[in-house]
Write a new protein. Structure first.
Ligand code: GCU
Length: 340
């Protein structure tokens, strides 16, 4: 089957899965909880768009195991992976409605719901991995997790999503000028659009699940992501150049909807929070090793892994940071830049 036909079939299956799961979730909601299975405790439904081989998926599995262990089986998590229930934007909307309990999303599409979250997609706002994690685990990171509560979205923890770099079909992006005339898929994020435009490319927002076909059919010339996502999405089958300019370090977020949160009792909330915390540490430890291995796998598969001069990319977007002053992301950006 061609990948085009395959992804067409995937689309149909995804929509079917979406409807049947929603039917189940709907009846659970009427019963007063995401889902309650006779004699087996509560089950929370968690959805995301990544492949099950992805290290962020491993983090969520770890979280599910921890919840089950801590609650002695009274609270469990069922994971719907691979975008079978929809795009991140759709999943966030379901969670807001209480039709889905939890979502793992990139922080980028969150900015459409919680404007301050745009801060995570400002290029080169984090100096390095250590700076990123001091922010995420400190006062600023914790405050940002709670920023969406009045939009019915409560953050439980972050997962490491490393840094994002350009991958392209026809030619490598070694300098921002190489983006001229290229259509680059970005997430549903104003900041990501502005970044690609500042660097000289044409930004095309698309859902992650639609990207393989868009690359394959030449609708876009390239995209940008971290190594595990580039590998597990199989985008490398089409894009043979991966230039590690590491322009953003957008974390992933595990969110629970406040409609679900309010239905949990004190103990259940504690189990969920403790499990999220444990899974964040587990996933973070996994990340560096998996990134290294995945880069080797990509190189083994014939992808050219390139190390462009990052300074050129930083210079191309230098003016962007100033433009955030006075926006919802502005104070967060200042706090991040001041973080030691
Ligand atoms: C990363 C992130 C996903 C996101 C994807 C994207 O892989 O972990 O949550 O959907 O980027 O580019 O859309």
């Amino acid at each position: 089957m061609s990948s085009g036909a395959r992804s067409g079939a995937d689309g149909v299956l995804r929509r079917r899965g979406f409807l049947s799961v929603l039917a189940g979730v709907g009846s659970g909601v009427v019963a007063g909880m995401g889902c309650r299975e006779a004699g087996e405790g509560k089950v929370l439904r968690l959805a995301h768009v990544l492949d099950t081989r992805h290290p962020v998926h491993a983090g969520m599995e770890h979280m599910g195991e921890a919840v089950e262990r801590l609650s002695e089986g009274r609270l469990r998590v069922r994971i719907y992976a691979g975008g079978q229930l929809g795009s991140e934007r759709e999943l966030l909307e379901l969670v807001q409605l209480g039709a889905l309990d939890m979502v793992k999303t990139s922080a980028s599409p969150m900015e459409g719901f919680v404007p301050g979250m745009e801060v995570f997609s400002i290029p080169y706002v984090f100096r390095d991995e250590g700076h990123l994690w001091r922010v995420l685990e400190g006062r600023v990171g914790r405050a940002l997790l709670d920023l969406g509560v009045d939009k019915r979205l409560k953050g439980l923890c972050y997962y490491d999503a490393g840094s994002r770099s350009f991958y392209t079909r026809g030619r490598p992006v070694m300098r921002p000028e190489d983006l001229r005339g290229l259509k680059i898929r970005v997430q549903n994020s104003r900041a990501a659009i502005r970044m690609v435009e500042a660097m000289g490319g044409a930004a095309t927002p698309l859902a992650f699940g639609e990207l393989y076909t868009a690359l394959d059919q030449g609708v876009v010339d390239g995209a940008e992501n971290n190594p595990p996502s580039f590998l597990t999405s199989r985008h490398y089958e089409v894009c043979r150049y991966y230039a590690l300019d590491e322009h953003t370090s957008v974390p992933d977020l595990l969110m629970v909807g406040t409609p679900t949160w309010e239905r949990l009792d004190g103990r259940e909330r504690e189990w969920l929070e403790a499990a999220a915390e444990v899974s964040m540490r587990f996933q973070r430890e996994l990340w560096a090793g998996r990134t290294r291995e995945d880069l080797e796998t990509l190189a083994g598969a014939g992808v050219e892994i390139l190390h462009p001069d990052k300074v050129r990319f930083q210079e191309a977007v230098r003016g962007l940071q100033a433009s955030y002053r006075g926006t919802a992301a502005g104070p967060w950006m200042e706090a991040i830049l001041e973080q030691g």
